[in-house]
Design a protein around this ligand. Structure first.
Ligand code: PMP
Length: 385
């Protein structure tokens, strides 16, 4: 049947730029060893499943989320050891927090110029996507050698563009590295000079050797414009969707005004509270994954056909060795498909950014999953390189 004129006209009401986009594609992972999205590979134990089931069964689903959400805010603040004078707000995943940051800052200046977001690239894709959707200009600043922050370029972009928002993922996705304290300090200081808000995204904190919260705590005066974002996803609850943003009270209070009133479902906050009561279980899982990361890196470094970078997250970035951009891309695609044919799903990020030509991103899994990954990788490399 042909669509009615009204149906066609309705479609044309959707923004041109949106109609030109592709929806975020989640890869089909049925029956696969799923190592594509930095998820925690562990399910709850049967005993915890039963206990959580009872808790969720008793939740009042007929009511809007209530004051219990404040219990969760307090529990998270305690868990993170939030500094004095800070406030915390919750989002339906960090993705929603990023979106709320964009909404709160999306206003042209007196000359009509759009608000700007600056972040190093390659970086987490939602910073750019959220900016684009909400009418801010995204300025990506390429990372330097071995994915270090290019401090002169970052500072130059910040001073020139006077961005509303500067994102620094610490550690970064997909490069999995931390940046040096001194480069962070220089970028944060430059942002302060032009009145930017800096968002430190510590999504991968459970796997990281450092947190910037320690630096903030030592020198709160230099960080009045800095927010710290974390997520329960990498803690082990990606399915629950819960991110949190901490920062100076006055700043968070303003951001909280754009938050939809009931953005955290009653099931989300009950699950998150339950998980925090069992934080030791999740900490143990993170410790196992860090040990598995060490093992994966050692094995990868024994493979002459790949280069593997150090990681402070639950992912390892590898480059398949080849000469030239086209050969790198072809090699990455071939190894990705080889892994897939052997039942292992990773992420091919070779086309995401010129700096990532030939790169695959491997999520660290359980011991068994990593064994399967390494065997499948050896076989796929054999066919390819
Ligand atoms: N920040 C970074 C750096 C990420 O890599 C991700 C997701 N992989 C997120 C934020 C989003 O996390 P959430 O699941 O809380 O939306």
């Amino acid at each position: 049947t042909t669509p009615s004129l009204a149906a066609v006209a309705a479609l044309s009401r959707i923004r041109q730029d949106v109609r030109g986009m592709h929806a975020y594609a989640v890869q089909d992972s049925k029956g696969m060893v799923k190592l594509d999205a930095m998820e925690n590979p562990y399910r709850l134990s049967p005993a915890l499943q039963e206990a959580l089931g009872k808790r969720l069964g008793a939740v009042a689903l007929n009511r809007y989320p209530d004051g219990r959400v404040n219990d969760l805010r307090q529990a998270l603040a305690a868990y993170a050891d939030m500094p004095e004078g800070f406030e915390i707000m919750l989002g339906n995943g960090s993705d929603e927090l990023i979106s709320m940051l964009s909404i709160a800052c999306a206003v042209p200046d007196a000359t009509g110029a759009r608000a700007v977001v600056v972040a190093p690239t390659p970086g987490f894709v939602m910073y750019a996507m959220s900016a684009q959707l909400l009418g801010l200009d995204f300025v990506g600043v390429p990372l330097g050698t071995d994915f270090a922050l290019d401090v002169p370029a970052m500072v130059g972009a910040i001073l020139a563009k006077k961005p509303a928002l500067v994102y620094l993922a610490y550690p970064n996705n997909p490069t999995a590295n931390l940046w040096s304290e001194s480069s962070m300090a220089q970028v944060i200081a430059a942002a302060g000079e032009v009145g930017s808000i800096v968002v430190l995204d510590e999504a991968y904190q459970p796997f990281s050797s450092r947190t910037y919260l320690d630096t903030i705590r030592q020198a709160p005066d230099r960080h009045g414009h800095v927010l710290l974002m974390r997520t329960m996803s990498k803690f082990g609850l990606a399915g629950v969707r819960l991110g949190y943003l901490m920062g100076p009270k006055a700043l968070v209070a303003e951001l909280d005004k754009v938050r939809p009133p009931y953005n955290i479902s009653v099931l989300n906050y009950e699950c998150a509270l339950f998980a925090l009561e069992h934080a030791d279980v999740f900490a143990q899982q993170a410790a196992s994954l860090r040990a598995q990361r060490t093992r994966l890196l050692a094995a990868l470094r024994g493979m002459p056909q790949v280069h593997a970078w150090d990681s402070d997250a639950n992912m390892v970035l590898v480059r398949i060795q080849a000469q030239g951009a086209a050969a790198l891309e072809a090699a990455a695609a071939k190894v990705f498909n080889g892994l897939k044919a052997r039942g292992v799903l990773v992420k091919n990020i070779s086309k995401m950014d010129p700096l990532l030509a030939g790169c695959l991103r491997l999520t660290v899994g359980t011991e068994e999953e990593n064994t399967l990954l390494l065997a499948a990788l050896r076989a796929s490399l054999e066919e390819t390189v």
